[in-house]
Ligand binder design. Structure first.
Ligand SMILES: [Zn+2]
Length: 242
């Protein structure tokens, strides 16, 4: 017979006078120290180095699911979510990722259906793309109402507000965008082709992010975060090459 005895010490005071104290919401065994009163996880997951973090984030961007990351890297998905939050907080404002507007620039507008948590919780991603640079000049996530459309208009930087704009016949655009510069067109006109094309790319990259498996308590916030992350990096990559 082989027997192994492990003695656990309190990670705060080093005492062995500790008892099991149920599990936390991730299912990890907790202990309570009778000497210093601490409540902690009995076997904490190891700390990841910056290199490991980067590898994990790169894997995430290649559409690995959070649960997939848990299995591959033995990391809590709560930790991944926290890293993503930190990355997104450190990103510049979207307007600071943009190249300067030109007088003859044209914006294409559209909105894309997605959902958070379950299909009944619809969220529309509204976007404005610059036809020349292909950068996303502004985006908002919300319902399909005039109010959300107005938020999009407000997010467009002033220098881009003078541009010609094209959208489909969705009524909200006609109410919000200035009559002098805005045009409603059918899909077949090709005037919103770049925006539609970009949605294909986005769906490829972000398909995982809107799935049910990623049900966070603050899933709307997370949905917004990963979208902003993707768009900001997409814009910055273009700024570097032009
Ligand atoms: Zn202790």
């Amino acid at each position: 017979m082989i027997q192994v005895t492990i003695t656990y010490h309190c990670r705060v005071c080093g005492s062995t006078n500790i008892v099991r104290n149920g599990t936390n919401k991730c299912g990890n065994q907790q202990y309570h120290c009778k000497d210093c009163g601490a409540y902690r996880v009995l076997e904490p997951k190891r700390v990841h180095t910056e290199d490991e973090k980067e590898t994990i984030m790169r894997t995430y961007k290649e559409r690995a699911s959070m649960r997939g990351l848990e299995r591959i890297f033995n990391i809590a998905r709560q930790a991944v979510a926290r890293w993503i939050r930190d990355i997104v907080r450190a990103l510049p404002n979207l307007k600071d990722t943009l190249l300067p507007a030109r007088a003859d620039d044209v914006l294409e507008l559209n909105e894309l259906w997605s959902f958070v948590l379950k299909k009944s919780r619809k969220r529309w991603l509204w976007t404005a793309i610059c036809r020349r640079t292909r950068q996303i000049v502004a985006f908002v996530i919300g319902d399909r109402s005039e109010k959300t459309c107005r938020r999009l208009w407000n997010k467009i930087p002033d220098e881009y507000k003078k541009c010609l704009t094209f959208s489909d016949f969705w009524e909200a655009y006609q109410k919000v965008f200035p009559k002098g510069t805005h045009h409603c067109v059918g899909k077949e006109s090709g005037e919103t082709a770049h925006m539609e094309r970009w949605y294909n790319t986005l769906r490829q990259r972000l398909a995982r992010f809107v799935r049910k498996t990623l049900s966070f308590s603050k899933s709307d916030a997370f949905h917004h975060m990963v979208t902003k992350w993707y768009i900001a990096e997409y814009n910055l990559a273009i700024s570097l090459t032009m």
